[in-house]
Design a protein around this ligand. Structure first.
Ligand code: FAD
Ligand code: N01
Length: 549
């Protein structure tokens, strides 16, 4: 890492910064650490009153990672990796939040992080080549670079159910769960939504509540995590071989070693062998079920074999055959939406205190002061939990008034779907970077692998600009167009296009249907980024001469 210190911080007024970073999740934390390494003046604005992003907000019961703990962690510091001990195979939210706080302390990040501060606008001043960033606390700072570490899944979807404000009982959102938790003992609780957040919440609170009613619109594919205390041999092996494993992650498809993708084809494997492979992976747990055969993600017939296997699993677990049928996804291919990784999800439907309402048969008409009215009846509740997801990928950016050259609003530029070069920058928005932005592997990867790669790219880029006396970088419109076309072409050849998922913006009424993440894999993507740099930031225009960065 370059250690140049091109700016004399003491010479600057406090509101003149080299960089503003928006968001103090893992992306914002690592980005700040990298900028500190370059000796830049940087400030992080974070809307929450703590660091950790996803793991600060999503404190709902059962929240935990669906990638094995040692993989879902930073690799940039060997000392950090050697010192930190994960306790479970899939780390729970409190441990992930403690890890984020440890990172903030260990790398002396806190003094540059302003909590409880939401960025409301970022306006590019073309005369000065600087960003004017305004917060809801009335601060206005000027920064050469504006780095959006705002998160792909941080803008919670607002309840779009009629009457949502009328309910007189307790209302909760999994995406903004109260600190200190909620005691549901003996209560009649409703939950709307059966994505990963809903599945984890349902599984965890079912034994605690008086009665739980699950309002399901679309069932999700879920595979067992087989969570438990971390195997000490696995943890020791990881630490002993971390460099090899980390390199393998970086060169892989989605940045997860445990995925163990097979090259065998389901359609060319005998029924007996296929069954053995599926069973072995189901017993291993996690996403590896989806990579049991190479054609599951590409060929609908092969995919149907996986669907059939999982359907039989659900029927074998859930005792009520009618409930089992409703829990089996039938309208989209396996793994074309993010699959859930659970700890006894289907099993909870064997409890006497849980019932499933299929919203395809009896849609919600309205939320009432006492509960929820479906087409056939009124349900009374003490509490309603919304586990209804996020305005993903673009939502957090859309909620900020971002204006580039000529006053163009990012929201307007993206009216028909996000346009980026490499998911890192946007033509017409100089010196504005997006960490894990649309058009990058982001949510189709182990996000920490992708966050580290993006923050490294951005830090190295800023250092490059400073050392060459450039003050501005932005993608050319041609490079942006070529990249967007490339991403769309890759997505068109996948089964992702056959699901109404948040990857496509299909969960938000009125949002353009565009496949947002880059589906070509983190290894291929990284190579592309490296080639761009090796070719002198190919596709970017570097301009301006300045002694300051
Ligand atoms: P975030 O953690 O979302 O942080 C963004 C921060 O920006 C937030 O704190 C937010 O408050 C702040 N912010 C946004 N807008 C503004 C603004 N205008 N002003 C100030 N601050 C702002 N990924 C995986 O790879 N594996 C997993 O197992 C996994 N599990 C997940 C579980 C849940 C419940 C959720 C919601 C997501 C999960 N993800 C997972 C994705 C997860 O978001 C990423 O792994 C990672 O934590 C993202 O880090 P980030 O810093 O990019 O964004
Ligand atoms: O959100 P979702 P999430 N009426 O969008 C339903 C990550 N994550 O927060 O599918 C009724 O997946 C909606 O129904 P439908 C992970 O990447 C990871 O659960 O639109 N129902 C769906 O069932 C994940 O993919 C973990 O028909 C309504 C649910 O709400 C992403 O975050 C844990 C509705 C939303 O599911 C998002 O997951 C949590 C309405 N009006 C999150 N509106 C891990 O395990 C929405 N729904 C690591």
């Amino acid at each position: 890492m370059a250690q140049s210190r091109p700016v004399e911080a003491a010479e600057k007024a406090p509101d003149e910064l080299d960089a503003v970073i928006v968001g103090a999740g893992f992306a914002g934390l690592y980005m700040l650490h990298r900028l500190h390494g370059l000796g830049l003046t940087a400030r992080v604005f974070e809307a929450g009153n703590g660091v950790g992003g996803t793991w600060f907000w999503n404190r709902y019961p059962g929240a935990r990672v669906d990638i094995e703990s040692q993989e879902y962690s930073f690799s940039f510091s060997e000392d950090l990796e050697m010192d930190w001990e994960w306790t479970e195979r899939y780390a729970p939210q409190p441990e992930l939040l403690a890890y984020a706080n440890h990172v903030a302390d260990r790398f002396s990040l806190r003094s540059d992080i302003h909590l409880n501060t939401r960025v409301v606008s970022a306006i590019f001043d073309e005369a000065a080549d600087r960003w004017a960033v305004t917060t809801d606390q009335g601060q206005v700072v000027s920064a050469r670079y504006c780095i959006m570490a705002t998160g792909c899944l941080s803008a919670a979807k607002q309840p779009d159910v009629p009457g949502a404000g009328q309910f007189r009982g307790e209302t909760y959102s999994t995406a903004a769960w109260p600190e200190g938790g909620v005691d549901f003992t003996g209560k009649k609780v409703a939950i709307i939504g059966t994505g990963s957040s809903g599945v984890q919440t349902i599984t965890t609170i079912a034994p605690q509540v008086g009665e739980l009613t699950v309002f399901q619109r679309t069932p999700n594919f879920s595979v067992p995590a087989h969570n438990g205390p971390i195997d000490p041999d696995v943890a020791a092996d990881w630490k002993a071989n971390r460099e090899t494993y980390r390199q393998m992650e970086r060169e892989s498809g989605i940045g997860i070693m445990a995925l163990d993708p097979s090259e065998a084809l389901a359609l060319e494997t005998s029924r007996e062998d296929r069954e053995r492979v599926f069973e072995e992976r189901w017993a291993r747990g996690g996403f590896c079920v989806a990579t049991a055969f190479a054609d599951i993600g590409a060929d609908l017939d092969a995919n149907n074999l996986a669907v059939d296997f999982i359907a039989r699993k659900i029927r074998s677990i859930v005792r009520n055959p009618d409930v089992a049928e409703r829990l089996i996804p039938k309208t989209y291919p396996f793994a074309s939406k993010r699959i859930c990784v659970d700890t006894g999800y289907f099993e909870v439907y064997n409890r006497d205190n849980i019932s499933l309402v299929d919203l395809n048969e009896t849609p919600i008409e309205t939320i009432t002061p006492a509960g929820i009215r479906t087409r056939d009846r009124d349900h009374a509740f003490d509490a309603i939990i919304f586990a209804i997801g996020f305005d993903a990928m673009t939502g957090a950016l859309d909620r900020i008034d971002i204006r580039g050259r000529g006053g163009l609003r990012l929201k307007d530029k993206w009216a028909e779907g996000p346009l980026t070069y490499l998911g890192l920058m946007v033509a017409g928005f100089p010196n504005l970077f997006t960490i894990t932005g649309p058009g990058s592997p982001s949510v189709l990867s182990n996000m920490i692998v992708s966050i580290e790669q993006h923050a490294d790219f951005i830090a190295d880029c800023i250092d490059h600009l400073a050392s060459r006396q450039f003050s501005v970088i932005e993608p050319t419109p041609a490079a942006e167009k070529e990249w967007v076309t490339h991403v769309n072409e890759l997505a068109a050849g996948t089964l992702y296009m056959q699901a109404n998922s948040w990857y496509l913006g299909a969960n938000i009424p009125g949002k353009p249907r565009v496949f947002m993440p880059y589906p070509g894999g983190v290894g291929v993507y990284r190579e592309r980024c490296e080639a761009v740099v090796a070719n002198g930031y190919e596709g970017f225009a570097l301009t301006g001469a300045s002694t300051a960065v």
